[in-house]
Structures are given as structure tokens and as C-alpha cells.
Design a protein. Structure first.
Length: 83
């Protein structure tokens, strides 16, 4: 079953990376919602804690990578938003 978790982890984590790349390249954050990003970040942190509790390598790996992606998008949103 852990293999299914790793496949799901790879797909969901990889699906998030194009948004990070696009935002980094274009510096266009107008379509990103800061409250959504913060809620997403908190949710992913909780999933990581849950994965550690359940001792699930797939959950730990995917959520650790996604936390980095979420932090990058929050940083881009704060840095590049129009004032």
C-alpha cells in the first residue's frame, strides 16, 4: 500500500511544481491568494505531522517537499505583490 502512497505523493507534489516555476519566472502573483496559500501551508504542515505519527515515508516525503513549494509561493507573493 505504501507504493500507492508514493505514486500519489509524486503526482500531487509534481502537480504543484509548475505553479512555483511559473511564478518564479514571471513574477506574476496576481492570481495567487495569500489566505489560500497560508491555509494550504498550515494544512500541509499538519499532514506532515500526521505522516510522521503514522510513520508513512510517502506522506513525510511528499509533504516535506510541498512545504518548501508553499513557502516559496508565499515568499513570491509577499515579494512581488503590487503595492
Amino acid at each position: 500500500m505504501e507504493i500507492v502512497g508514493f505514486i500519489a505523493a509524486c503526482l500531487t507534489t509534481a502537480a504543484f511544481l509548475p505553479q512555483v516555476y511559473k511564478t518564479w519566472k514571471t513574477k506574476d502573483v496576481s492570481s495567487l491568494s495569500l489566505p489560500m496559500l497560508v491555509m494550504f501551508f498550515v494544512g500541509i504542515c499538519l499532514w506532515l505531522i500526521y505522516g510522521v505519527y503514522k510513520e508513512s515515508p510517502s506522506m513525510i516525503c511528499a509533504n516535506a517537499i510541498t512545504i518548501v513549494s508553499a513557502i516559496m509561493l508565499i515568499y513570491f507573493k509577499l515579494k512581488y505583490q503590487k503595492q
